[in-house]
Design a protein around this ligand. Structure first.
Ligand code: NCD
Length: 326
């Protein structure tokens, strides 16, 4: 098993399936009256968030707490980062506090890699979204959700992959770390990915990704097993990438008419936060075939699995003398 989770591309098929299977086993914890396991008791997990987040931060916090770890939440706002403290000094401070895992979200692509490679922390580094680059745990929770709905084996089966499934990812691929991580992981799991976007919202070099690309949403709906809508990330746009919001929705938005053209078994996904009325209509977001809320629930189980496997939870339970094993 890997020691850090920086990119979805770090995971080979065996590691990816081990995380998904472990998450499957941990999913049941959420429906128990007492949602806690003693696995990471005495371990310290730091949530280091330099960028806004609702779902991901809360999800990691819930995951760590359900495994009984001590959680320190650090957000750049209100910290010495706003006084100009560097990532290095922030990391060294956390290291001095004995962090066993550092979960980092940063506006700069590559920040988690820098943290891990410079060894500013001895803990496991988990990328919770870096700039427009990667968001590996989102890809894992997306794959987990797809596996439960689309796999030929019954939901909850272990070892299932997504061999031969067609996943269509639509929208602002250019600014999306979710799209890149999904493309890499879904390829590893045997799925076929089509990215659909206006030409202005596809990144340079996308031809080297293990995907097909298309500018035509309608043409790719009929064969999709899952359609994942991406948020239009206006905060990262420094130019005009499409004529108007209305024009964007008309060509690339998922509405009921388009939903009806999907195969009956197909599911609708979105990593959140949604721009209702822009990339997805409210009707579709709340439709029975939308698994958007379930993605959030599954995110906790997947992040529990990642923390458990990276921190050597099983070893930690029997060994109370060692420092972090990651
Ligand atoms: C995504 C992110 O932050 O990259 N959201 C998330 O983690 N749930 C996608 C987005 O912001 O649009």
């Amino acid at each position: 098993m890997i020691t850090n989770l920086l990119s979805a591309g770090d995971l080979d098929r065996t590691d990816a399936i081990r995380i998904l299977d472990t998450a499957e086993e941990l999913l049941g914890v959420a429906s128990r009256p007492i949602k806690k396991l003693p696995t990471l008791r005495g371990r310290t997990v730091v949530n280091l968030f330099f960028e806004d987040s609702t779902r991901t931060r809360i999800s990691f916090e819930a995951a760590a707490k359900r495994l009984s770890a001590d959680v320190i939440n650090f957000s750049a706002k209100g910290s010495s980062v706003s006084k100009g403290e560097s990532l290095k000094d922030t990391a060294l401070t956390l290291q001095a506090m004995g962090a066993d895992a550092v979960i980092i979200r940063h506006h700069s692509s590559g920040a988690p890699h820098r943290l891990a490679q410079a060894r500013w922390t001895k803990g496991a580094v988990i990328n919770a979204g870096d700039g427009t680059h990667e968001h590996p745990t989102q890809a894992l929770l997306d794959a987990f959700t797809m596996r439960r709905h689309l796999s030929d084996s019954p939901a909850g089966s272990l070892g299932a992959d997504l061999q031969g499934k067609n996943v269509t990812i639509v929208g602002d691929v250019l600014h999306s770390r979710v799209a890149r991580s999904n493309a890499l992981l879904l390829h590893t799991l045997g799925a076929h990915v089509t990215l659909v976007a206006p030409p202005t919202l596809l990144p340079v070099g996308v031809d080297h990704w293990p995907v097909e690309t298309s500018y035509d949403l309608d043409a790719s709906l009929e064969k999709a097993d899952a359609v994942m809508m991406l948020r239009v990330q206006a905060e990262r746009m420094n130019a005009s990438y499409f004529p108007s919001a209305r024009e964007y929705s008309r060509r690339y938005g998922l509405d009921t008419a388009r939903l009806n053209r999907l195969p009956d078994h197909a599911i609708v996904m979105h990593p959140g936060p949604m721009n209702r009325g822009m990339e997805i209509t409210a009707d579709v977001a709340d439709h029975v075939r939308s698994v958007i809320v379930e993605q959030v629930t599954n995110g906790v189980a997947v992040r529990m699995a990642v923390l458990y496997l990276l921190l050597g939870g099983a070893a930690g339970e029997s060994d109370t003398t060692e420092e972090g094993t990651a």
